[in-house]
Design a protein around this ligand. Structure first.
Ligand code: GLC
Ligand code: CA
Length: 561
């Protein structure tokens, strides 16, 4: 396959307009301000920006409660400002994907307002109703502990409506063909304004059967094909990145056996096991998670991440694994959320230790897939646990030591900047880290550059190489007559490992260190490596003539040109 599927080898950066820059001092960020920050993102080297919801919204779930799919919230600017933003990205060779939140609307959406007031409105059937309270109304909440039910009585409608998430987010009846048509129209609209695709919110719930009788929801996978076909017809290089926290045996239902469904999915399964590996210095379960999520069509890709804007969901780990992660990374009740996860940012979880942060990011960037970075992680931003639920990890970007971290000129920002403690903007900000060659920011920039020069990870086939030490993970990737190999030591103690690269003859005898001078030469086919605590190595197998050796196709042998 020609290797120009952009999402197979890039670096995606996730941000929300509200936390990125408040240009005009009105207390909330906006598109004009964001557009001015594009040179920063371009300098960082990210290839795509995932923009969280910015459409008009009562903002009760940080914009994931949309009241108009075809607009920009006036606090962020206008559609004109949005187009200037996508244009600015295009000028710098960066793509934009935006959230597509169509499992539910806000209860303030005109569709819902009509549906609840008029039983004869065509919009009535756009939502999911029941005359009586369904028997299983107290089941299936996504936010247990905060959300009490999935069915709420509506006085105006004189009926109960279904909401998988908060009660102000009524679920759309996605089985209704008119609703499906509207979803396509929404995609078509934003595609026209310059986006390259969508991060599709809550996909398993979007395609699930809904209703008072749907005790066990069944996914309608054909819908995914419909979305994709429409998108590909309108814009060939647009993609859908699905938020679907599903089990490995369901992965292919989402990708499609022939790659005819979602282009990308977040690898939640690997994410949880990755955190267990970091917590326990035990990479066995992570290696298994990688192997379990390995099968996928050639055009499909995993999105690899550490932390995102939600809680770190540990629901798929065993009880004792989960306990280990809680103890190590979120011991206080206040750090935990929804009985299953941790709501902190990465840096405080790892004690603000740059060695551990580098290890975690190096590992994430070298796992099979395309890395997705959370804004602020590049400067090791912290969290504000006094804010409710997931808000604690959604504080404004810290640009400088100026008031409010340079985020706003207003006295009262809508979202408070972290201004005290070790993670306060006076200690953690972009301006200072720019000047410091050893900063997290400059490290991140360098590692992104290197990651882009190793397309073997995004495109190639991987193999877990036996290290005979659970604290050490070794991965080899092969692609077009080249191989790369990564070694990570998750323990704080130094480790000595001995391993064979596993390529025929003497092909694996030389390992060139891409980040330092620790090259390795095998003795009788085995490499012996002393690797410091939390150390990591990025190796090219063979010499640095790899670009001369790269073939046009896999299994092509030595290139003649
Ligand atoms: C997804 C989002 C989350 C949001 C929810 C409801 O899980 O990631 O932030 O609250 O959907 O839209
Ligand atoms: Ca503003």
């Amino acid at each position: 396959m020609i290797d120009d599927l952009w999402y197979k080898n890039g670096v995606i950066y996730c941000l929300s307009v509200a936390t990125y820059m408040d240009a005009n001092g009105d207390g909330i960020g906006d598109f004009k301000g964001l557009t001015r920050r594009l040179d920063y993102l371009h300098g960082l080297g990210v290839t795509a920006i995932w923009l969280m919801p910015f459409q008009p919204s009562p903002y009760r779930d940080d914009g994931y409660d949309i009241s108009d799919y075809y607009g920009v919230d006036p606090r962020y600017g206008t559609l004109g400002d949005f187009v200037e933003f996508t244009h600015g990205c295009k000028q710098r060779g960066m793509r934009v994907i935006i959230d597509l939140v169509v499992n539910h609307t806000s209860d303030q959406h005109p569709w819902f307002k009509q549906a609840r007031t008029d039983p004869n409105s065509p919009y009535r059937d756009w939502y999911v109703w029941s005359d009586k309270k369904p028997a299983h109304a107290d089941q299936g909440m996504v936010f247990p502990g905060v959300q009490k039910t999935t069915w709420t009585h509506d006085k105006q409608a004189k009926a109960w409506y279904f909401h998988r998430f908060y009660d102000f987010q009524p679920d759309l009846n996605t089985a209704n063909p008119y609703v499906q048509e509207e979803i396509l129209k929404i995609m078509g609209f934003w595609i026209q304004l310059g986006v390259s695709g969508f991060r599709m919110d809550a996909v398993p719930f979007v395609i699930a059967t809904k209703g008072p009788k749907a005790k066990k929801p069944v996914e309608q996978f054909d819908m995914l094909r419909t979305f994709r076909e429409f998108l590909q017809w309108r814009k060939g290089d647009a993609i859908i990145l699905a938020e679907a926290n599903v089990r490995p045996e369901d992965d292919l239902h989402y990708f499609g056996d022939d790659g005819e469904r979602m282009h990308m999915m977040f690898n939640f399964h690997v994410n949880q096991h990755l955190f267990y590996a970091l917590a326990a210095a035990d990479t066995g379960p992570l290696a298994k998670a990688l192997t379990d999520t390995k099968p996928r069509p050639a055009t499909a890709q995993w999105g690899l991440f550490l932390r995102n804007h939600d809680e770190l969901d540990l629901g798929r780990l065993t009880k004792s694994q989960r306990q280990t992660v809680f103890e190590r990374f979120g011991p206080d009740k206040n750090m935990q959320l929804y009985d299953r996860g941790i709501r902190r940012r990465l840096a405080p979880m790892l004690g603000g230790d740059q060695r551990r942060l580098e290890l975690a990011y190096s590992l994430m960037m070298t796992l099979p897939g395309t890395p997705v970075i959370r804004y602020g992680d590049e400067i090791a931003m912290g969290d504000d646990l006094s804010l409710p639920e997931r808000r604690c990890a959604r504080t404004p970007m810290q640009w400088s030591t100026e008031p409010h971290g340079g985020f706003t000129g207003s006295d009262k920002p809508e979202i408070p900047v972290i201004d005290h403690g070790a993670y306060g903007f006076e200690h953690v900000n972009v301006a200072q880290q720019r000047r410091d060659p050893g900063s997290m920011l400059n490290w991140t920039e360098r590692i992104i550059r290197m990651r882009k020069e190793v397309p073997e990870i995004g495109w190639g086939d991987f193999k877990v190489i036996a290290a005979r030490d659970p604290a050490v993970l070794i991965l080899r990737y092969d692609w077009r007559n080249n191989s790369v190999l990564f070694v990570h030591n998750l323990d704080e103690q130094p480790r000595e490992v001995s391993f064979a690269v596993g390529l025929p003859d003497d092909a694996g005898d030389t390992l060139i260190d891409l980040l330092g001078d620790n090259h390795s030469h095998a003795a009788r086919g085995r490499h012996k490596l002393l690797i410091e605590g939390y150390g990591y190595r990025w190796f090219r197998v063979g010499g640095l003539d790899y670009l001369l050796r790269r073939t046009e196709v896999d299994g092509g042998g030595r290139s003649k040109t």
